[in-house]
Ligand binder design. Structure first.
Ligand code: TXA
Ligand code: MG
Length: 326
């Protein structure tokens, strides 16, 4: 038996004001979905305590339910009500929150986050966002909000309200339009579990070196008892084929450059540059919007110039590599 798709609902895109954020809070309390800006990418939020509301996220995104969601809270103190923070997790939360770091910790026994949001795992992923709209929504809702990136599952994450509407229009009640997301790639996900090194599960908005500097040791790789079911190889993908570390461009292809190097070969159908000055933060902020823009032109492929594997380059290259998997 196949499930009947949900009837489309009307989606309102609203400027974030006291009034519209209040409407967002009401919608969340009624078990509806509200998309909102964070400093990394836009998230699609639901009441973390309600299995019914969380289920709507999986349905709206077409996301496999074995892929757990990030729970957003207002502060480290609130995070400690949900998860078990050891000394290392406290150190990292203190240093990087509010900000683009997600910490996976063991879930406390009376954890308010519904098990569907955790995909049945005994751990929970927590993040304290810094974006003022996300913070106001959390402050007024007075409870944890689960929010994966507000895109169709497997697609490129949204960095504007328009991107959210393109992917989830008709599926969410409200989109709070906070302009362009600053960081542009998702949060760095690490796991702090007892008896194990702190592991990097997903490179993201906080570079590995910054975390290692605070921790005073190298991050371990994903593995051990940590499960990272969301790290499917194919993810973050536009519709077009993506060719990375490209030096040349063929007719019919689109070029996504970085720095000053121009592509060899044909002219291609379009050229965009992630950062002409070679600034990785600027490149991260432009990445998903430019992939969407070039994809809309239906190129035979998107040829992407090499990006250095340092700082935010690790997260950018991670997303680009996943975009090449068909
Ligand atoms: O920047 C971000 O992190 C954005 C904004 C909206 O906050 N959110 C986001 O969520 O990217 P999402 O659901 O698209 O990615 C969550 C990642 C997935 O790779 C998932 O597998 C992992 O976090 N994750 C969540 N809970 C986990 C857990 N208990 N153990 C291991 N990995 C977990
Ligand atoms: Mg995502």
């Amino acid at each position: 038996m196949t499930a009947t798709p949900a009837t489309p609902i009307s989606t309102r895109i609203l400027e974030p004001t006291n009034h519209s954020i209040g409407e967002g809070v009401w919608a969340l309390a009624a078990g509806e979905l509200v998309a909102f800006p964070t400093e990394t990418v836009y998230g699609v939020g639901a009441d973390a305590r309600s299995g019914k509301a969380v289920a709507k996220i999986f349905e709206a995104k077409g996301r496999p339910s074995f892929n757990p969601l990030i729970t957003h809270v207002l502060s480290l103190d609130e995070a400690k009500v949900v998860g078990q923070f050891d000394e290392r997790a406290v150190k990292l939360g203190t240093a990087f929150w509010p900000g683009a770091l997600t910490i996976v910790v063991p879930c406390l026994e009376d954890c308010a986050v519904h098990e569907l949001a955790r995909a049945g795992l005994s751990t929970v992923a927590l993040r304290v966002p810094s974006h003022p709209v996300a913070r106001k929504l959390l402050d007024e809702f007075m409870a944890p909000i689960v929010a994966p990136s507000a895109n169709r599952s497997g697609h490129v994450s949204p960095t504007s309200a328009r991107h959210v509407a393109a992917d989830l229009g008709g599926k969410v009640s409200i989109i709070l339009d906070g302009g362009r997301a600053d960081v542009g790639v998702e949060s760095t996900v690490i796991a702090c579990l007892p008896g194990e090194p702190v592991r990097l599960l997903r490179p993201g908005g906080i570079p590995r070196a910054d975390i290692e500097c605070v921790l005073g040791e190298k991050l371990g790789e994903a593995g051990g008892t940590v499960q990272s079911p969301g790290m499917l190889a194919q993810h973050y993908a536009p519709g077009a084929i993506v060719r990375i570390d490209a030096m040349d461009i063929a007719d019919g292809e689109a070029w996504l450059g970085f720095g000053t190097a121009a592509p060899l070969g044909g002219r291609g159908i379009a050229h965009l540059n992630l950062s002409p000055s070679g600034d990785l933060a600027e490149a991260a902020a432009n990445l998903f919007a430019y992939l969407r823009e070039l994809d809309a032109l239906n190129p035979s492929a998107i040829a992407v110039a090499a990006i250095p594997e340092e700082g935010l380059g690790e997260a950018i290259n991670d997303r680009l590599r996943r975009a090449t998997v068909r």
